[in-house]
Ligand binder design. Structure first.
Ligand SMILES: [Zn+2]
Length: 536
C-alpha cells in the first residue's frame, strides 16, 4: 500500500536544541527531500518568524518534481475572525499547495491554556479549516496532544476530530506531542479512531519514550497511511520519529510503497547531507544510514558475513544506500584485514609470509592500544611497507627534547634530532613553541635537503587519550594526529606511556607515508585505505 510521508525536519526538526538551518540550508534540504520522494515537505511556520516567512517567499526558486510544499500554523486565535487572524493570513500568503493546521484535542489545554469552551474550540478548528479549504488548499489537520487528550477525555478528543473532518480536512493526523505514549496504548487508541473515521489518518510521534519509530510503524499497521517525522530523528526535546528508519522499515519490512526501491537507495546520502547542513555528526550507530549500521568487527561475524551477508545483516546495505564495512581490530580474526586486501587485489601481491607478518603486526599494534580504524594513515603505511619491504627513506638515530623553566618567564623548549638518510647522517637543533613543535622543526631541517616535499605536511588536529586511567599520570596514552598536505588529509597514531614519544611516532609515520606516496602512487592502495576507513 502507498504510505504518504510528511517530513517536518524544516519545522519540528529545527526545534531540536542543536539544530539550526539558514534559509539557504532549508532550500537545499527541501530540494534533497524532493529527490528522495517525500510527499509533503513542511517548510515552517510563516506566522511565527521572519526566517520561515522568507523561506516561503523564496520557495519559488525550488524545482520540486514530486513533493508538495506545506506551511504549518495554528487554528485562528479565539478572539479573532479568520479574516483578521494574522497567523491564518500568513498561511494563505505562503502560497503552498498544502497546509498543516494544528488544533487542540485535550480538554485541559482547551479550558486551561486557551481559556475557551469546548464549543468555541471546535468553532476555531472548523472555521480555520473551512477558510483554508475555500482557498483551494489541501489541509492536514494535526490533532495536537491527541493521545493524552484521548486518555483524559475520549469523547472530547473525538469530537475535535469530527469537527476537523466535517470542515473538510484531507488528513486527520493524530499527534503524540509529548512523546509519552507507549506502543500498546497508542495502537489501541489509533485502532479505535480508525474504526470511527473514514479517510486518511496520519501519525506524528515524538521520541521522549524512545519509541517514536515503533509508534509510527504500529499506527501504520493500525491503518495510518500518512506518516510524519524528521530526517535523522531531529526535533524538539528527544526528537521526532526518525523518518529514515520509518521509511526503510515500511519499505523493506512491511512491504509498503513509500518512496520506492530506487529512491530508497538514496536514503543514506540524504541523511548525511542533512546532518552536514545541520553541522552535526551523523550518529554512527544510527540504524540503516549510520556508518556503523553494517560494520562488522567480531571475527566470527566477519567470517560468516563474508560467506553470506544475511547471517549478520537484517537488510542489504545497498537497499538504503549504505555499505558493508569490515573493521580491523584485536577482536577480529585475520579474515578482516585479508578481506580488505583481497577486495582490492592486494592480497595476491603479498607473499604468504608478508601477509601473515602484516596481520600479526596489526594485531599486536591494536593490542598495544593503537586504533587503526581512526588512523587510516598508519594503516596505509603498514600496507605500503608490507608491499615494499626494502623501501627505507630514513632511520631515526636519536632525538632529545628539553623544556626549561626558571622564574616567572615563559618556559623555553629546544630539541635535537639525528637521522640517517640515504645520503648520510643529518642532524638539527631547533627551539619551538613546545616539545612537539621543536621536534617537528628538527625533523624537517634534517630531511628538507633530501626530501623538500615534506615541507607541505601540516598538523591540522591533535587528540590525546589516556588508555590506562588506573595508572594515573604513568598511564599509556594514544595520540591521534590529523595531517594535511593541501591535497588530502590523513591521520596517524602513536602509543606510548610518554606523550612526546607517542606524538613523535605519529609524526615520523606521517612523514614516511608522505614520502611513500610521492614515490609510488598506487591507486589500489588508496582504494583499500579509503574503503577501510570509510566513515571514520
Ligand atoms: Zn511535533
Amino acid at each position: 500500500m502507498k504510505i504518504f510521508t510528511l517530513d517536518t525536519t524544516l519545522r519540528d526538526g529545527t526545534q531540536g536544541e542543536s539544530v539550526s538551518f539558514s534559509v539557504e540550508d532549508k532550500l537545499l534540504i527541501a530540494q534533497k527531500l524532493d529527490e528522495l520522494g517525500i510527499d509533503y515537505i513542511e517548510g515552517g511556520w510563516p506566522g511565527s518568524n521572519p526566517k520561515d516567512k522568507e523561506f516561503f517567499a523564496r520557495a519559488g526558486e525550488l524545482k520540486l518534481k514530486h513533493s508538495k510544499l506545506t506551511a504549518f500554523g495554528s487554528t485562528r486565535f479565539a478572539r479573532n475572525t479568520v479574516e483578521e487572524d494574522r497567523n491564518v493570513q500568513a498561511l494563505i500568503a505562503a502560497g503552498t499547495p498544502a497546509i498543516s493546521i494544528f488544533g487542540k484535542s485535550w480538554d485541559l489545554h482547551t479550558t486551561r491554556a486557551l481559556g475557551v469552551t469546548e464549543e468555541e474550540n471546535r468553532r476555531m478548528i472548523q472555521e480555520t479549516i473551512r477558510y483554508v479549504k475555500n482557498h483551494g488548499k489541501e489541509v492536514i489537520y494535526d490533532a495536537e496532544h491527541f493521545f493524552d487528550g484521548y486518555n483524559a477525555n475520549p469523547a472530547f478528543a473525538l469530537r475535535t476530530l469530527e469537527a476537523a473532518q466535517n470542515a473538510g480536512a484531507d488528513v486527520l493526523c493524530l499527534c503524540d506531542t509529548n512523546g509519552g505514549t507507549l506502543p500498546g496504548r497508542l495502537t489501541e487508541i489509533f485502532a479505535e479512531v480508525r474504526r470511527r473515521f473514514d479517510g486518511i489518518l496520519g501519525i506524528h510521534t515524538h521520541n521522549d519514550s524512545d519509541v517514536a519509530v515503533a509508534n509510527a510503524l504500529l499506527a501504520v499497521e493500525a491503518g495510518a497511511t500518512h506518516v510524519q517525522g524528521c530526517i535523522n530523528g531531529y526535533g524538539e526535546r528527544c526528537g521526532n520519529a526518525n523518518l529514515c528508519s520509518v521509511i526503510a522499515d515500511l519499505e523493506l519490512k512491511l512491504g509498503h510503497t513509500v518512496v520506492g526501491a530506487e529512491r530508497l537507495a538514496n536514503l543514506s546520502h540524504v541523511a548525511r547531507f542533512v546532518a552536514e547542513l545541520a553541522n552535526l555528526p551523523l550518529r554512527k550507530e544510527q540504524p540503516f544510514v549510520g556508518h556503523s549500521a553494517f560494520a562488522h568487527k567480531g571475527g566470527i561475524h566477519v567470517s560468516a558475513v563474508l560467506k553470506d551477508s544475511a547471517t549478520y545483516e537484517h537488510v542489504s546495505p545497498e537497499a538504503v544506500g549504505n555499505r558493508q564495512r569490515v573493521l580491523v581490530s584485536d577482536l577480529s580474526g585475520r579474515g578482516n584485514v585479508l578481506y580488505k586486501l583481497k577486495q582490492h587485489g592486494l592480497a595476491d601481491r603479498l607473499g604468504e609470509d608478508a601477509r601473515r607478518e602484516l596481520l600479526e603486526r596489526i594485531k599486536q599494534m591494536e593490542y598495544d592500544g593503537y586504533e587503526l580504524e581512526a588512523a587510516e594513515g598508519t594503516f596505509e603505511l603498514l600496507v605500503r611497507e608490507a608491499l615494499h619491504p626494502g623501501l627505507q627513506f630514513f632511520e631515526v638515530e636519536s632525538y632529545e627534547v628539553v623544556t626549561r623553566s626558571s622564574g616567572p618567564a615563559d618556559s623555553r623548549t629546544s630539541a635535537s634530532v639525528v637521522v640517517q638518510a640515504r645520503d648520510g647522517v643529518h642532524s638539527a637543533t631547533a627551539s619551538g613553541h613546545g616539545p612537539f613543535n621543536a621536534l617537528h622543526l628538527c625533523l624537517r631541517k634534517c630531511l628538507s635537503s633530501v626530501y623538500p616535499q615534506i615541507a607541505d605536511v601540516r598538523l591540522t588536529d591533535y587528540k590525546v587519550r589516556v588508555l590506562e586511567p588506573r595508572k594515573g599520570t604513568a598511564a599509556k596514552v594514544r595520540v591521534l594526529i590529523e595531517w594535511s598536505d593541501h591535497r588530502k588529509s590523513w591521520s596517524t597514531v602513536g602509543v606510548s606511556d610518554n606523550v612526546i614519544e607517542a606524538s613523535w611516532k605519529a609524526l615520523v609515520d606521517a612523514i614516511r607515508l608522505e614520502l611513500m606516496r610521492l614515490t609510488e602512487h598506487d591507486d589500489s592502495i588508496d582504494k583499500a585505505v579509503e574503503d577501510y576507513c570509510w566513515g571514520v
